[in-house]
Design a binder for this molecule. Structure first.
Ligand code: RB5
Length: 140
């Protein structure tokens, strides 16, 4: 899968780890920043990743900030983006299977690295189930 990834300063370290994990797992990753610990505004990076997904430059996106909350709020303002904030693997899987989430949001200050990689793995490996779930996501 080709994914765009973005973060703010609170998510920078975890973004580097997630990128490494994804690349080692055979995925292609487009890094849209930020590129350091310097304080930045997370909506700008949410916008960059959402634009990449909506323009079909990538199939999906991952956004990381301190809590994941700001990124998920900002991403879901973009029509066509279905961003899911996940803290464990059950919702990560269901966000793909039932909601066809095209952006995964993570909270770097909430999660440990080991849990994050399990969430990311579950999310990228789960497919949309379609059927009644398609009808529902077409309603918003
Ligand atoms: C930055 O300090 C922090 O507010 C941000 O990373 C995020 O948690 C916002 O939702």
């Amino acid at each position: 899968m080709k994914l765009a990834i973005g973060c703010d300063h609170g998510g920078f370290d975890l973004k580097e780890e997630v990128m490494e994990f994804l690349r080692q797992s055979g995925h292609e990753v487009l890094d849209l920043g930020c590129k350091s610990h310097e304080a930045v505004d997370y909506p700008r990076f949410a916008e960059a990743v959402c634009e990449a997904v909506l323009a079909d430059k990538t199939e999906a996106g991952i956004l990381i900030c301190g809590t994941g909350i700001g990124m998920s709020m900002a991403a879901n303002r973009h029509q066509g983006i279905r961003a899911a904030l996940c803290h464990e693997t059950f919702t990560a899987r269901k966000s793909r299977e039932h909601n066809n989430a095209n952006v995964l949001c993570l909270g770097a200050r909430v999660l440990g690295g080991g849990v994050v990689m399990e969430i990311v793995k579950a999310w990228v490996e789960t497919e949309f189930a379609g059927g009644r779930h398609l009808r529902r996501i077409e309603m918003f």
